[in-house]
Design a protein around this ligand. Structure first.
Ligand code: PPY
Length: 306
């Protein structure tokens, strides 16, 4: 069962000027995840997720934050795609409880709303509330970006779905809160760096890996992966076959496309445990592509922001 916390017990000593890149503007959930995971860090706003990852690859930032899955709609494949195309490793995971607010210019009431702007995922998570309001949905690049747009253009017929913090930054009113369809709504973020986990956290480790087979044979792929881990008593914490539109991976200098890939997370570390290493080796023996994305401290805490 997940515990619920407001501060990070896993934080390791790190240099004071740690710079963490994220997609969006201040108050975006990714920025809140960066601040929760790395208290006291500088956050670097980026227009796109891929520019946040590039900032790490180029050395401009020390870490980047990527939302990878949520309780309401599973794995965000595009974001795993970024991990496969760039030379970065997972250094940490962090899960936030996401409680969306409906924010508007001071004095605006729900009856005046004609449209609601937010990140497409946030709009999808709040479908019922938006249907009740009878408003148009306008997707923008991030939740806090919607708040900024609304406030700089002084829109009196619009609201944004975002964090209370984003509203506070731009001086908007909270006209409703907890507007997501499911009360229990969490998002898991991965924090990546050039070298993976920095320092050694005193916590059990886990490993994230992506596997692809040349033939589009999800059942055979699933059976092989399950047997490699089950026969060695290694517990899986996530196993999802994702794709459909195709997934491009980078292998050395070459790019290769697969119809689908399997995202596998398991307990233990390939760096430290022999049985884990052997399980990965067995999968490598039959797969067309295997990438260990990183070994890092397992964090089952759900962090509460507000
Ligand atoms: O737009 C944001 O604030 C983000 O950080 C992306 C996002 C959107 C919705 C839930 C979690 C993360």
């Amino acid at each position: 069962m997940a515990s619920f916390s407001a501060c990070s017990p896993l934080e390791l000593p790190h240099k004071l000027s740690l710079k963490v890149a994220y997609q969006g503007v201040p108050g975006a959930y990714s920025e809140l995840a960066a601040r929760t995971a790395c208290p006291g860090c500088f956050t670097l706003p980026c227009r796109t997720l891929s520019s946040a990852v590039l900032a790490v690859e180029s050395g401009e930032a020390d870490r980047a934050v990527l939302p990878v899955e949520s309780t309401m709609d599973g794995t965000a494949l595009r974001n795993y795609d970024l991990l496969l195309r760039h030379d970065v490793r997972v250094a940490r995971e962090i899960t936030l409880f996401v409680r969306y607010c409906l924010l508007a210019m001071p004095g605006v009431h729900k009856a005046a709303l004609r449209r609601v702007m937010s990140h497409p995922v946030a709009l999808a998570h709040c479908g019922r509330a938006l249907a009740r309001l009878g408003v148009d949905r306008e997707p923008v690049e991030d939740t806090a970006g919607a708040v900024r747009l609304l406030s700089t253009r002084r829109m009196f017929d619009a609201a944004a779905i975002a964090s209370a913090r984003a509203g506070e930054i731009c001086g908007l009113d909270v006209i409703d809160e907890g507007v997501q369809d499911e009360a229990w709504n969490t998002t898991r973020f991965l924090i990546v760096s050039r070298d993976g986990e920095v320092g050694v956290a005193r916590a059990p480790k886990k490993t994230s890996m992506v596997v692809a087979h040349a033939r589009d044979d999800a059942m055979a792929m699933l059976r092989r992966v399950l047997s490699a881990f089950a026969s060695r008593g290694v517990n899986l914490t996530k196993l999802e076959v994702v794709g459909g539109d195709g997934v491009v991976v980078r292998k050395g200098r070459r790019l290769r496309a697969f119809a689908r890939v399997m995202v596998v997370d398991f307990e233990g570390s390939v760096e430290e445990e022999e049985n884990v290493r052997e399980a990965v080796k067995e999968v490598e023996g039959s797969a067309a592509f295997v990438r260990v994305l990183g070994c890092y401290a397992s964090d089952k805490t759900v962090y509460n922001l507000e």
